[in-house]
Design a protein around this ligand. Structure first.
Ligand SMILES: Cc1cc2nc3c(=O)[nH]c(=O)nc-3n(C[C@H](O)[C@H](O)[C@H](O)COP(=O)(O)O)c2cc1C
Length: 240
């Protein structure tokens, strides 16, 4: 399929055929999903690939018994891990130092290294840290002062940063769904689930949040709910 055909073919599927799908192909689609653009390349996500029928059954109940979950062959739970910000910033600092040393022209190495250290060594831990909302207020105060002198990002509250990690995770989810279509597999993204039950089933750590649960399988035509409908494009397209 061409990219355009993939985008047209992908639908949210609410009923799958009782045909197995290859977990290795699903895993490969998740590898592709890690190539999605993501904020500051912090990759504060995790993907729980569920192939165990018993866990799928339990998660389908947590997904409010939706047909999309009950008939799924496999599930993928997209999870945000804002709590891993220190580790990921450290990982990215190390990887970006290696990449700078390998690819940067000699005269740029020192300044790029300083830059990377400031970015991943200081700015990222500063932006992603949480403490009952207070650190967000502090960041907002700093942004407001700096904003008097130069353009600045004001979306730095703790809630704003939570939105950032969910945005990033959703981009990985969309990349995954398109990759699955490319494999001839179908998906349905779900946010209709009991988050507490789902967390318990997966035994997620405290700082993890479920972004969405994506069911996977091969479409049964009953699972395609009618023609695709969208509001008129002119209503959402603004050319400036
Ligand atoms: C974040 C998100 C959550 C969704 N949650 C559900 C859900 O819980 N159950 C469901 O059947 N569809 C769910 N959908 C699918 C949408 O209803 C669907 O994408 C929309 O109706 C457009 O249809 P299409 O995907 O076939 O183009 C969700 C989609 C997104 C992006």
């Amino acid at each position: 399929m061409t990219f355009e055909e993939i985008v047209h073919y992908r639908r949210s599927i609410r009923h799958y055929k009782a045909l197995p799908i290859d977990p290795e192909k699903v895993k490969h689609c998740l590898e592709l999903a890690t190539l999605a653009p993501n904020s500051s390349n912090m990759q504060l996500w995790e993907f729980y690939h569920i192939t165990d029928p018993e866990i799928i059954r339990k998660l389908a109940v947590a997904c409010l018994n939706q047909g999309a979950a009950k008939t799924a062959q496999q599930l993928v739970v997209f999870v945000t891990r804002q709590d891993l910000y220190r580790k990921r910033a450290g990982d990215m600092l190390e990887l970006s130092i290696q990449s700078t040393l390998q690819y940067s022209p000699e005269e740029r190495v020192a300044s790029r290294l300083r830059n990377r250290k400031r970015y991943y060594g200081f700015l990222m831990p500063f932006l992603y840290a949480r403490f009952f909302g207070l650190l967000g207020w502090f960041r907002l105060m700093v942004a407001n002062v700096l904003g008097l002198f130069r353009p600045i990002v004001y979306q730095v509250s703790e809630n704003d940063m939570r939105v950032v990690v969910h945005k990033t995770c959703a981009l990985a989810a969309q990349t995954f769904m398109l990759a699955m279509t490319n494999e001839g597999y179908d998906t349905c993204p779900m946010e209709g689930f009991d988050g507490r039950k789902a967390r318990r089933i997966l035994n997620l750590p405290f700082g993890a949040e479920i972004n969405m649960i994506i069911s996977c399988g091969i479409r049964d035509e009953r699972g395609v709910w009618g023609e695709r409908i969208r509001v008129p494009f002119e209503e959402v397209y603004k050319r400036i």
